[in-house]
Design a protein around this ligand. Structure first.
Ligand code: HEC
Length: 210
């Protein structure tokens, strides 16, 4: 009797192991989403730039759109709702991050809305954030919060292209709450010098807003 029980236990054990591997084999490979599927929604949410009549400016804006898309600005700057990103509020900010000892930050409205978005900023102010993290209020953005250190290696042409793209987004009125920064990293001018060996900038001629 004992022997039979022992054999039953062994067989059940083997079946459990086989069943476990069969389960692993048949579950869908949920981590293997094709890259184009992963980014499909962001790509589709990006606005058409066909309305820009000047072909040279349109080409610059298209380049900016490409750079903004592959760098996933939308991942932080498009607000999240219960159903995922609110694509109709593309790039209008509102994501929140807290860094211990530094503060709580809200991603900002990058659409050209006059009251709450980037229309309030000059061309140079926007390009400077991308070049050295220096925000218009004189504080350096936390590099993990707004990953400007990764963008400071772009060429000035690329930063300008992103600026032109941002100027052509659909304006979305979305007021972002004030930040609660406790400390500022460093002397802003030191950061500016360190990260912008090539400080080429386009003056604010208004061309990017056309
Ligand atoms: C990891 C999240 C994240 C990503 C990715 C990101 N940002 Fe930001 N961005 C932020 C946060 C947070 C702030 C506000 C920083 C602060 O208050 O310290 C910000 C601020 C800005 C500002 C300043 C806006 C103003 O009101 O002056 C600009 C411009 C900007 N981001 C552009 C971009 C662009 C362009 C990209 C993509 C190339 C991008 N960001 C990607 C999080 C992000």
């Amino acid at each position: 009797m004992k022997k039979i029980l022992k054999w039953i236990a062994i067989i059940v054990g083997i079946l459990l192991v086989v069943a476990f591997f069969a389960f692993l084999y048949f579950i869908p490979p949920f981590t293997l989403i094709p890259p184009e599927e992963f980014t499909r929604q962001t790509v589709e949410a990006a606005p058409s730039l066909d309305g820009i009549t000047d072909p040279a400016l349109r080409a610059v804006a298209e380049r900016g759109k490409y750079i903004a898309t592959v760098n996933d600005c939308s991942g932080c700057h498009t607000p999240l709702g219960d159903q995922g990103p609110k694509w109709d509020a593309y790039f209008s900010g509102g994501g929140r991050g807290t860094f211990k000892g530094y503060g709580t930050f809200n991603t900002r409205n990058l659409t050209p809305d006059p009251g709450t978005g980037l229309a309030r900023r000059s061309d140079e102010q926007v390009q400077r954030v991308l070049r050295s993290g220096l925000l218009p209020e004189g504080r350096v953005a936390h590099y993990r919060d707004m990953p400007w250190a990764a963008y400071s290696n772009w060429t000035p042409e690329d930063r300008y292209a992103v600026l032109v793209y941002l100027r052509h987004l659909k304006p979305v009125a979305h007021r972002i709450p004030d930040d609660n920064a406790e400390t500022a990293t460093d002397d802003p001018t030191a950061i500016e010098t360190l990260y912008s060996l090539d400080v080429g900038v386009w003056p604010d001629s208004g061309a990017a807003r056309k």
